[in-house]
Design a protein around this ligand. Structure first.
Ligand code: CAA
Length: 241
């Protein structure tokens, strides 16, 4: 059995591609999901990747979930913080609920998950943590003050933990996707996608989830042991950070 890799939000979209890539690379993969039982069951049936249900916004659920995975599969050596949501609205219409839901999942969720694997990684003197941020955390985005704040926060979090993890053999990095061909794009009105977003992408297309997965697979590999605190921007040239 290969090293255990835990991918949050790993049954759909970018997370599913990451989970499958890591399995193909020989890791023992566990994927978490928050709500969609049917999709998760189908994903497990299709890929053989075990899925676990909990909300990353809930610290105690993360603690119990990590303990369960470690009992089932062994110590988590690789964590991919992928679970994320959007609650887009221009700021003058944004509700406190939209703000807090984003912060709870995208930023507090990253704390909750990382905090529950960090001690074990420190004890074992090895760990790989990759968090999926976003181009919109790097450049800001109309109607995403909430989401962009969380994704920028993930970058500051990562740069800080990279400094703390270095002496314990733990690397901590970011992949910052641009606009990727997943269900998340369905919330964007077609007119905005065609007239505003696509013309801003120099390669002229959305990215594919598998392209993000390959970047993650590199960062968690032994080849990337000297890379920590970094952000890989994977956005088709839309924003050069
Ligand atoms: N850039 C510039 N202008 C935008 C825009 C954008 N991305 N999105 C919407 N607008 C404009 C609209 O064209 C419209 O302009 P007009 O009034 O001149 O027609 C105006 O904003 C809409 O204003 P409203 O007050 O009517 O907005 P609304 O309350 O109806 O909300 C919206 C609509 C939520 C903003 C919707 O347009 C939307 O979802 N836009 C896309 C926002 C976006 O790009 N989100 C990224 C999602 S992908 C992601 O998050 C993954 C990732 O990490 C990259």
């Amino acid at each position: 059995m290969g090293k255990v890799a835990l991918v949050t939000g790993g049954s759909r979209g970018i997370g599913a591609a990451i989970a499958q890539k890591l399995k193909a690379d020989g890791y023992t993969v566990a994927a978490t999901y928050a709500g969609n039982d049917e999709k998760a069951a189908a994903f497990t049936a299709e890929t053989g990747i075990k899925t676990y249900k909990w909300n990353v916004a809930d610290y105690d659920a993360c603690k119990a979930g990590v303990a369960q995975i470690e009992a089932d599969l062994g110590p988590v050596e690789i964590l991919v913080n992928n679970a994320g949501i959007t609650r887009d609205a221009p700021f003058h219409k944004m509700t406190p609920q939209q703000w807090h839901e984003c912060i709870d999942t995208n930023l507090n969720g990253v704390f909750n998950m990382t905090h529950n694997v960090w001690g074990g990684m420190r004890d074992r003197k090895f760990g790989r943590i990759v968090t999926i941020s976003s181009i919109n955390g790097q450049k800001g985005q109309f109607a995403q003050a909430n989401y962009a704040a969380t994704k920028a926060g993930d970058i500051g979090f990562t740069k800080s933990l990279a400094q703390e993890g270095a002496r314990a053999g733990i690397t901590v990095n970011i992949v910052a996707p641009g606009y990727i061909n997943t269900e998340m794009m369905s919330t964007i009105p077609e007119k905005v996608m065609n007239e505003v977003i696509l013309p801003q992408i120099p390669v002229g297309r959305l990215g594919e989830p598998e392209e993000m997965a390959r970047a993650v697979a590199f960062l968690v590999s032994d080849d990337a042991g000297f890379i920590t605190g970094s952000t890989i921007s994977a956005n088709g040239g839309q924003y050069l950070a």
